[in-house]
Structure formats: C-alpha cells, structure tokens
Write a protein that binds this ligand. Structure first.
Ligand code: NAI
Length: 256
C-alpha cells in the first residue's frame, strides 16, 4: 500500500537537496507533487531528474514574496484540486561571521526566506487544509533551531523562529484535523552544507566537513533521503496523532 496514495504534496525549495529527494520519495509513495523553487531552469533539471512524471507540477516562485506565495498555492489548487501535505522547506544559510560583523541586509534576507517565507506559506496553505478538514505541514527547521553555535547567528535565529511558528500554527488548526510539525536535521550532504563548510574554513571545506562529521554521534553527515524518510512519516497518516512536535533527525547531535 502506497503511503501517500491520492494525496497532493506541495514542496518549497524543491529543485535541489532535501526538497528534491523528498519529492522523489513522495512520488514513489503515490503522491501528486508541486515543486516550488526560484528558477525555471533548475526546476526543469529537477523534473528531468525525477523522470518527468505526469504527477508533477513545477512553479518558479520566491517564497518570501506575498504574490508568489498566493500564486503557487492557487496554481497547485487549479492543477490538483487540493493540498494534503505542505513541506515548507525552502531556506538559505546566510553568511558565516561573528554576530557583531554580520551585515543587517544579510540578516534581513535570511529572515525573509526562512521565517517570512515559511509564515507566508502557512498563511496561504492552512486555510486550504482547514477547509478540507485534513492536512499535514512539515516545517523545515534544523539542529540550528534547537541549539546555538558560533558565527551563524542569523541562521540560528531564523531556525529557532520556525519552532515558534510550528507551535503557534499547530495549536490554531488542530481542531480542524490539520497537523503542523518541524524537522531538525544536523549537517546533510547538500549544496547548502558545502557552502557553509567553505564559509567556516575557506579553501579547506573537505577538512571542515571531516571535523563536523566527527561532532555527530553516528559519525557521518545525513543524506537527503535520511531526512525525506522522516518527512514522509510526518506527511502520512502513520503520524495521525502527532502535532506541534520538533523532530531531530541528526545522528544523535541534539542529545549531546
Ligand atoms: P539546497 O540549497 O540544496 O536547497 C535549497 C533549495 O531552496 C534550493 O533549490 C534553492 O534554490 C531554494 N530556495 C532558496 N531560496 C528560495 C526562495 N526564496 N524561494 C524558493 N526557493 C528557494 O539546501 P538543502 O540543504 O536541501 O536545504 C533545504 C532546507 O533544509 C533549508 O531550509 C535548510 O535550512 C534546511 N537544512 C539543511 C541542512 C543541511 O545540512 N543541508 C541541515 C538542516 C536544515
């Protein structure tokens, strides 16, 4: 039995990394999927990578824009008629620097994508789900939403905000049978982590990766599929009694 049979899933930041791998898993579990990302060419590459299935819609949009947000929700409804699963995943890492040296423009951009974008997504998707009397939202936070660490204060701030957003939304919509949870990965092998490794130790990203992997109790980075498997559980009816919760998927990092 396919776990997302007859469900429609909307994934932001879906053209790469964790979002793309989650789309692949969702499609294999019977979902119809909308991928939202910034650029048409990246979305075309992603669609090809997924085998250009009929059950896939791609939409170029910036999650921090009110108009774009309205559009990606409206186009998903026009095409598929409903939204059962919302993986509120798009995010950026910001710059690596001590808090005192961070530029306020960079702070604002990180908050615009990671917090405003997640908030806007909820604003437009939750009314659809409460109207249906069912739905599951998975907000992408991070281990950086559970713990502090130096030199990435804007990112840490934004990912902690996602926890507040998750709890606030979960309580508001629970009586409508809509669930809202957050996931908290430790470093995962994607473009974003590659950029952070270089930011932490310019020209020595590989050494940085090795050092970071050693701080993870299971001794390795996560793979996108490790995260997608948790997102699938939270998207499916297997998690029907779970809402407002924060799920580490971090090789034990939050435990230490
Ligand atoms: P990635 O960089 O591979 O993919 C992120 C995708 O989001 C890209 O395709 C990018 O174009 C898209 N995106 C960025 N800004 C956008 C915007 N304004 N509107 C629409 N799309 C936008 O990164 P990855 O690793 O797959 O990250 C996905 C999420 O997972 C992010 O929220 C990130 O903070 C979070 N995360 C990642 C971890 C990691 O180690 N890679 C660890 C913990 C959380």
């Amino acid at each position: 039995m396919k776990r997302l049979k007859d469900k429609v899933a909307l994934i932001t930041g879906g053209a790469a990394g964790i979002g793309l791998e989650t789309a692949r898993l969702f499609l294999s579990e019977g979902a119809r999927v909308t991928l939202v990302d910034l650029h048409d060419d990246d979305l075309s590459d992603a669609a090809r990578d997924l085998g250009s299935p009929d059950d896939l819609l791609t939409i170029a949009a910036d999650v921090s824009s009110v108009e774009d947000c309205k559009r990606y929700v409206a186009q998903t409804l026009e095409t598929f008629g409903r939204i059962d699963v919302f993986f509120n995943n798009a995010g950026i890492e910001g710059k690596v620097a001590p808090l005192a040296d961070q530029k306020i423009e960079d702070f604002d951009r990180v908050m615009a994508v990671n917090v405003r974008g997640a908030f806007l997504g909820l604003q437009h998707v939750l009314p659809v789900m409460t109207g249906q009397k069912c739905g599951s939202v998975i907000n992408m936070s991070s281990i950086a939403g559970l713990k502090g660490s130096p030199n990435v204060a804007p990112y840490i701030t934004s990912k902690h905000a996602v926890v507040g957003l998750t709890r606030a939304a979960a309580i508001e919509v629970a009586r409508h049978n809509v669930r809202v949870n957050s996931v908290h990965p430790s470093p995962v092998n994607t473009r974003m982590m590659r950029s952070l490794e270089e930011g932490f130790n310019p020209g020595h990203g590989d050494e940085m990766k090795q050092q970071l992997a050693e701080t993870i109790p299971l001794g390795r980075y996560g793979e996108s599929l490790d995260i997608a498997n948790l997102v699938l559980f939270l998207a499916s009816d297997d998690s029907a009694f779970i809402t407002g919760a924060q799920y580490p998927v971090d090789g034990g990092m939050a435990a230490g």
